[in-house]
Design a protein around this ligand. Sequence first.
Ligand SMILES: [Zn+2]
Length: 230
Amino acid sequence: MPDDLIQRLRRFRDQTFPGVQDTFEHLVKDGQHPTILFIGCSDSRLVPYMLTGTGPGDLFLVRNVGAFVPPHDGSAGYHGTAAAIEFAVLNLHVARIIVCGHSHCGGIRALYEGVPAQATNLAAWLELGREAVLPVQLSPEALRRTEQRAVVLQLERLMGYPMVREQVEAGQLTLHGWHYVIEDGEVHVFDVRSGGFVAASQSEHSGTGPYLRFDEAPTDDVPGSSGRGP
Ligand SMILES: [Zn+2]
């Protein structure tokens, strides 16, 4: 099997890097100052830089199966996602945290269909989405709704992190819940006032978590939204 990866690495160094060398040198000299923590599913079809039009130094990224946030339960284990949240908030002082799920999510689907018996870590991890599961047969609509419910569930868990809660309540940090529909190229953002997801093409804002201070929330009705009112 030809090793095409070594060719790609050489191509990056020789062809791509010269065009961005100044940017990276600047980021090394001055350090990184990303303003966004992006918690996304590991799915290969979710490409955060493309979605947000960002590049080097812009996103502090953590990805896992399902875009889940573990509870802040004080257990201090090998919690990679929890560690990334603490680092982003306490060291990098990010202004936004985005939780981004997506359509056709294998992690969410596995909540209905199960995982291989050997996948003991995966089975335990997926329980972080269990509360989002609906008591219905799996269907495309049920999967979509569960994916969105899972995003909101993670936003609520984020508020269980003391440093997140403190900075959200101080107005220094906002939470965004996104659901990316791969085949449409459209992100649907969670709107706290309507309690539903609104297509970014119709939304007036990029979405806020369920605990944005009310006096900072937009006052106009959100077009295209559905679900309960404020
Ligand atoms: Zn996924």
